[in-house]
Design a protein around this ligand. Structure first.
Ligand SMILES: Nc1ncnc2c1ncn2[C@@H]1O[C@H](COP(=O)(O)OP(=O)(O)OP(=O)(O)O)[C@@H](O)[C@H]1O
Ligand SMILES: [Mg+2]
Length: 298
């Protein structure tokens, strides 16, 4: 039997609810970020959760943060588990172990820093329609899912509501300053390039990824989640073939089911059937074990 999905958390601290994560301010320069099992698709949170998804997001992020910390400073301090929960200034119930991260609180830079190594999603649509990506012209004749001649940095703003809009590099410079824009670009590309190499050895293509950064004093650090199926497109190397969309290790089963369910955007989203939930949960766990080489801890 699969465990029930965790949709809500209620610690004894002021809470900020994002679409997927609940964030608590520990009041000492640190945040506690709890990844729930909520799932969003097409910018709405669905009424059904995906069991263990939050653990995959938190544990996989922690795994990557530990690997890149020597090169790129990031917010990660610890993953809350039975062994260290007592060190926190708030009582954390055991069902939140393995899905809660203690991080340095940052002043978020309101930009989604996207690196793209392959032509997919909105970039593919833009290229197909205009021959450009993020306003930059690209050579002719590229196919859907094809590896790009070079990795692209395509930042977007973080819209309060609705879809995030692409930003030109000059707009990014105007928003954050020239030096910070350069740091965001270089760090985003470096993290993507490193992660792409690591994942490829383990049979996964990271087609693209979204990163967030924030300021702590003078320092610009990587925040939020990193290189998870919610923030990245993961494709199996096996079966990869440009010229068509790829099967991906994420909430694709949910998107496909939603598309075929007759649901229209703008109306309350429907409950997801059990078999779709189980298939999605399985994919999240599979990507975790493929990347880390270990099964998700029980
Ligand atoms: N170290 C940090 N300091 C400050 N804010 C952070 C930090 N790490 C992550 N965040 C923010 O915490 C929130 C995590 O929640 P979640 O990702 O579920 O939100 P969301 O619905 O995607 O909203 P958003 O559009 O703001 O990302 C995000 O707003 C993220 O930007
Ligand atoms: Mg987010």
């Amino acid at each position: 039997m699969t465990a029930a999905a965790l949709l809500e958390t209620n610690l004894d601290l002021p809470r900020h609810q994002g679409k997927v994560r609940d964030t608590y301010d520990l009041g000492d320069g640190r945040l506690l970020i709890v990844a729930t099992d909520r799932v969003s698709a097409l910018d709405v949170v669905l009424p059904t959760g995906i069991p263990r998804k939050g653990e995959v997001l938190a544990r996989l992020s922690a795994w990557w943060f530990n690997r890149i910390k020597e090169v790129i400073p990031n917010h990660f301090l610890s993953l809350v588990e039975a062994s260290n929960a007592h060190e926190l200034p708030v009582e954390v119930p055991p069902e939140l172990y393995g899905r809660s991260m203690v991080v340095r609180k940052a002043d978020r830079i309101d930009v989604e820093c996207i690196a793209r190594g392959y032509l997919a999603g909105s970039a593919w649509k833009e290229y197909r329609d205009t021959g450009q990506i993020g306003g930059l012209p690209l050579g002719e004749g590229l196919r859907e899912s094809e590896k790009l001649p070079e990795t692209l940095f395509t930042p977007t703003n973080k819209a309060e509501e609705g879809h995030d809009e692409p930003m030109r590099y000059s707009e990014l410079e105007a928003l954050v300053g020239d030096d910070a824009a350069n740091i965001l670009k270089l760090r985003t590309l470096a993290i993507y390039t490193y992660a792409h190499t690591v994942a490829a050895e383990r049979g996964i293509i990271i087609a693209d990824t979204k990163l967030e950064f924030g300021r702590v004093g003078e320092e610009i650090i990587l925040i939020d989640e990193a290189l998870t199926p919610d923030s990245s497109r993961f494709w199996p190397v096996k079966g990869y073939e440009p010229g068509r969309p790829q099967a991906s290790y994420d909430k694709q089963p949910i998107r496909d089911w939603l598309a075929s369910s007759g649901w229209t955007e703008g109306t309350p989203p429907p409950e997801i059937p059990d078999e779709i939930v189980a298939a999605t949960s399985e994919r999240y766990r599979e990507v975790y074990s493929l990347l880390t080489g270990e099964a998700l801890p029980e």
